[in-house]
Write a protein that binds this ligand. Sequence first.
Ligand SMILES: [Zn+2]
Length: 354
Amino acid sequence: MTPPRAFVIAGVTIKPNEVRNVSIEVAQTYTGQPVTIRFQVWNSAVPGPVVMVSGAIHGDEINGSGIIREIIRSKSFKLKCGTLVLVPVVNVLGFEQHNRYMPDRRDLNRFFPGKLDGSLTSRFARTFFDEIVRKCDYVIDIHSAAWTRTNFPNVRADLGHPTIAKFASSLGCEIIVNDKGPKGSLRQEAVKAGVPTILLEAGEVNKVEPIIVEFGLRMVTGALFGLGMIDKKGRDPLYQATVRRSVWVRATAGGLLDYHVAPGDVVEKGQAVATSMTLLGEEQHVITAPFGGVVIGMTTLPAVMPGDPVIHLGQIVGGYRRIMKIVNAASSKTLHERLRTDLQTNVVVVERED
Ligand SMILES: [Zn+2]
């Protein structure tokens, strides 16, 4: 879709070279007050792609809101063509409660495209989908790890779709997880509706983490540069690897964990990733990696029961050794290494003495 020089969204016309804040009513409160999503549109004078960046579809995953705020505040790039739609908080009702879910306890990101005569969540999803998502050519939907977990930044995308694969790569993220996303997710349903959509997973819930904001700004810059919408380049990743499958490595005993790896680390098969200790410091069990790969996520809560997730390990297409060498040789000044160091402080990594 090539937009005319004026761009219409949610019934509002944005003129060429205009930056405009727009509100759309998506629900009403118990007291009958309108519930609105506020967003900002940058419309250039030259036709080009329409790109949406969205945050907080899960109301407590606010790193995306922080990244979008930084795009607006820093004005670090200027559009030479196309239109940018910035939606810092999609699930405004969950956000009000610091909650992932909607007030009817549903997960908004399982209800797209939604129905106008359905549940509260379904109606909300439908209005957002029809009035905003369908007006876009590309979407970057930003999430964070679930409660008590953190994610090393990774892009999730259906790489079987060439346009999406190219878009996913253009962000300049080291790790790309190849999957379609769950049924009813914005990503899967937008792709079905012809809008190439990818997801950026980064950091923790209930936080706007400075290093994630810095990384996210670079990701969006890379995407817009890749589409020819801005002159500013994103970043060259330290490496780029596709994760073909991932597993949660789980605790086998109740107690406190000593972590031996951090998000973004590349591990060998059989490497100790955590040791389960009793509360009095006795060693119970060493948890090891079932295969070599990259740590894409982990728990930040070291108190575990048997079966609780410890690390989210990704298996790399083409093997992990190439990446291990690159990561081990990387300068501490690179964004990748600053990220790894920063996220490590959340989990207190200790060396295992063998
Ligand atoms: Zn999420």
